[in-house]
Ligand binder design. Structure first.
Ligand SMILES: [Ca+2]
Length: 68
C-alpha cells in the first residue's frame, strides 16, 4: 500500500515540475517590445495572422514584421 505522504510528495513534485517547465515552453502571446527582442527570442518574419505581429514592426507593410 502507498502511504498518503508518498502520494502527497508525488503530487507536489508534479506541480512544481510543471510550474518550472511551463514558462520555458510558453509561446509569447503579445508583440515583442521591438524587433531586437523578437530576434533575440528566435522570432522573425512574423506574419499578420500572428498575435506577435504589430504594424509598427513592419515598416515596409509587406505583412511580415521583423524580417529575418
Ligand atoms: Ca515587413
Amino acid at each position: 500500500m502507498i502511504k498518503p505522504v508518498a502520494l502527497l510528495a508525488a503530487s507536489v513534485f508534479g506541480v512544481v515540475a510543471v510550474g518550472v517547465a511551463a514558462p520555458a515552453h510558453a509561446q509569447p502571446t503579445a508583440p515583442f517590445k521591438n524587433c531586437t527582442a523578437a530576434k533575440a527570442a528566435g522570432y522573425c518574419d512574423i506574419p499578420t495572422d500572428s498575435p506577435l505581429y504589430t504594424p509598427s514592426q513592419d515598416r515596409d507593410s509587406d505583412g511580415l514584421a521583423c524580417e529575418c
